[in-house]
Write a protein that binds this ligand. Structure first.
Ligand SMILES: *[C@@H]1O[C@H](CO)[C@@H](O)[C@H](O)[C@H]1NC(C)=O
Ligand SMILES: *[C@@H]1O[C@H](CO)[C@@H](O)[C@H](O)[C@H]1NC(C)=O
Ligand SMILES: *[C@@H]1O[C@H](CO)[C@@H](O)[C@H](O)[C@H]1NC(C)=O
Ligand SMILES: *[C@@H]1O[C@H](CO)[C@@H](O)[C@H](O)[C@H]1NC(C)=O
Ligand SMILES: *[C@@H]1O[C@H](CO)[C@@H](O)[C@H](O)[C@H]1NC(C)=O
Ligand SMILES: *[C@@H]1O[C@H](CO)[C@@H](O)[C@H](O)[C@H]1NC(C)=O
Length: 517
């Protein structure tokens, strides 16, 4: 490829040779590293700074190898996961020796590798900065930081210091260009919530502005959604330590849905601890994903991919309305139940009980309740080769038009939930979900399932009250697929897919109604 290009002078206009790899114009090469962190055997014990640095040094040694490997493949930016350097399960006092000092100030320009003497207790920042500098790569990592505060500060904790879960970004010269303090902590008693949400972006020569936030933040308006909107961001870096929860919140499933919904690229790095259900990293564009999800083996995984810089100022899918094949729809007054083509039309549905119609025979289907991810979903079974279904709860009605390629003996159900989720965090969810059940009993619908064989063509839509709807499409073995069409139509959000590549696990519209949290 490179040799060919040297001969064709025209190629110089469209290709750049970057560290031995050819990069296309309008693209950049990104890397994320899913890291299996070396954990403290006893995270609640108090240790001294030297022992803490020793443990973190072992993780940083691995980071260093990965930064070298990524740079060799031409990567211009690498993202490491949340908690990857120090681990987790600390108490407020036991994490203290693991914390670096960090100034959360935009005004101080500091290159920790070149100016290590400026601040004490910055060994981790120095190593990260040197990695970026040596490898000429933008580098994003997560660490614990401390910042002394005065008792005149009303938010200052009683021990006189803040402890933050912090992301740092270095440019290719090792300069610290942004620090972000996690705002939506997930039961992390070692850390403080910053008094105000940080909106942090940094600029790159290859893809413009990047925003950043951390893990649980992805489910909330502040700062994630607000940041993307305010800065019109098209690139996000996202360190996470995410415990997968099927059927709706596995890491790769939601990361992709977020990239699609906002029409952005996301570089997401998760930690790798299968026994804790933690895996799932990826480089996502709105139309393509490069992912890693592995519950079987141990060790880390570097993902490197070349992706397009998104520059177009298109509306996001969340906002786009009549964008999708509008011309096909104008004559479409009634729902077409028998042919699943690209058309999406909506008919005003009758009230429950739900009906499934097959070859003209209307059949009542039972409505049942089953818990899915701690929420009381209202379900109807998806029976037969094809049909139309609706199911409602509160103000949300969900509709499904489906056709199964063959009857595999697996039970699927269409579920709806419109309410406040209150377990492991409080947030308001509006969801329409077509899921494979764990068995044939209705009570198994909503269970975590990882394998499926049924190929189902479907159109799924609902009259969501929030514009923030994340389209999920997960197939057997935790693989991802993309909907053929999605977006808003007549105040309903819809997705449609004619043929998934593998058996269907979950097709869902996961709406977040932030105002009702
Ligand atoms: C951390 O805590 C979780 C739940 O509290 C537990 O399941 C896990 O084993 C702990 N991990 C470590 C490394 O201590
Ligand atoms: C760093 O710590 C040393 C020893 O405690 C102290 O003498 C020095 O003033 C500190 N430097 C800074 C920049 O705080
Ligand atoms: C769905 O996809 C299959 C396989 O690609 C194709 O044969 C079929 O015609 C498609 N159906 C529709 C309605 O587009
Ligand atoms: C689920 O919701 C339905 C309808 O509101 C209710 O009848 C049922 O008792 C609920 N189930 C549970 C387990 O809360
Ligand atoms: C959704 O549709 C149902 C059924 O038509 C209706 O009762 C409900 O009010 C609608 N919800 C909203 C928010 O419009
Ligand atoms: C379905 O599961 C429920 C709850 O586990 C149980 O009570 C019921 O007997 C099961 N039904 C069948 C048909 O197995």
């Amino acid at each position: 490829m490179v040799a060919l290009c040297w001969k064709l002078s025209l190629c110089f206009f469209c290709y750049q040779v970057v560290s031995g790899r050819v990069k296309r114009e309008g693209h950049y090469i990104a890397a994320v590293y899913e890291h299996e962190s070396i954990l403290s055997p006893n995270p609640t014990a108090l240790v001294d700074r030297q022992s803490a640095l020793q443990l973190m040094g072992r993780n940083l040694d691995i980071y260093e190898q990965q930064a070298v490997a990524a740079a060799r493949q031409g990567a211009q930016i690498i993202v490491f996961p949340e908690d990857g350097i120090h681990g987790f399960n600390f108490t407020r006092s036991s994490i203290y020796p693991y914390l670096d000092f960090a100034l959360h100030s935009q005004s101080v320009k500091w290159n920790p590798c070149r100016e290590p003497y400026l601040f004490n207790d910055t060994e981790v920042l120095q190593r990260l900065s040197c990695m970026a500098l040596k490898n000429k790569i933008f580098l994003v990592a997560n660490l614990g930081t401390k910042q002394p505060c005065e008792h005149t500060d009303p938010y200052c904790p009683s021990d006189g210091r803040y402890q933050f879960n912090t992301n740092v970004a270095f440019d290719a010269d090792g300069m610290l260009v942004a620090t972000y303090r996690k705002y939506n902590l997930y039961f992390e008693y070692a850390f403080d919530t910053p008094p105000e949400p940080d909106y942090k972006v940094f600029d790159t020569p290859f893809a413009g502005k990047f925003g950043m936030f951390t893990c649980f933040d992805i489910l909330f308006f502040e700062p994630a959604v607000n940041l993307i909107r305010q800065y019109n961001l098209k690139q996000v870096v996202y360190p996470t330590a995410w415990m997968n929860q099927l059927p709706l919140l596995s890491a790769v499933e939601f990361q992709q849905a977020f990239a699609t919904a906002f029409n952005i690229n996301i570089l997401a790095a998760n930690i790798h601890h299968p026994t804790l259900g933690m895996t799932g990293s990826g480089i996502y564009t709105p139309a393509k994903s490069f992912i890693y999800h592995n519950m079987e083996s141990y060790g880390g995984k570097l993902i490197v991919a070349e992706i397009p810089v998104i520059t177009t100022d298109h509306e996001t899918n969340l906002e786009s309305n009549e964008r999708v094949r509008e011309n096909l729809h104008h004559s479409c007054k009634t729902f077409i139940g028998t042919s699943l083509d690209d058309q999406v039309c909506f008919r005003e549905e009758e009230e429950t009980p739900s009906r499934v119609s097959e070859k003209g025979n209307e059949q009542l289907v039972p409505v049942f309740y089953s818990e899915m991810m701690y929420d009381n979903f209202t379900f109807v079974p998806v029976w037969g080769e094809k049909g139309e279904l609706q199911v409602c709860a509160n103000t949300l009605c969900c509709y499904l038009n489906y056709q199964r390629a063959d009857l595999t003996g697996e039970l699927y159900a269409l579920g709806v939930f419109d309410g406040l989720h209150t377990v492991h965090g409080t947030y308001y969810v509006q969801a329409c979900a077509l899921v494979k059940c764990g068995g044939l009993n209705f009570s198994t619908c909503g269970e975590e399932v990882t394998h499926a064989t049924a190929l189902i063509d479907f159109q799924l839509w609902g009259n969501m009250s929030t514009r923030y709807v994340f389209p999920l499409l997960l197939t057997s073995g935790i693989a991802l697929d993309f909907a053929d069409h999605m977006g808003w139509k007549n105040n309903h959000y819809f997705i449609s897919k004619n043929r998934t590549s593998f058996g269907l696990l979950t097709a869902a519209l996961y709406g977040r109604w932030y105002e009702k949290d």
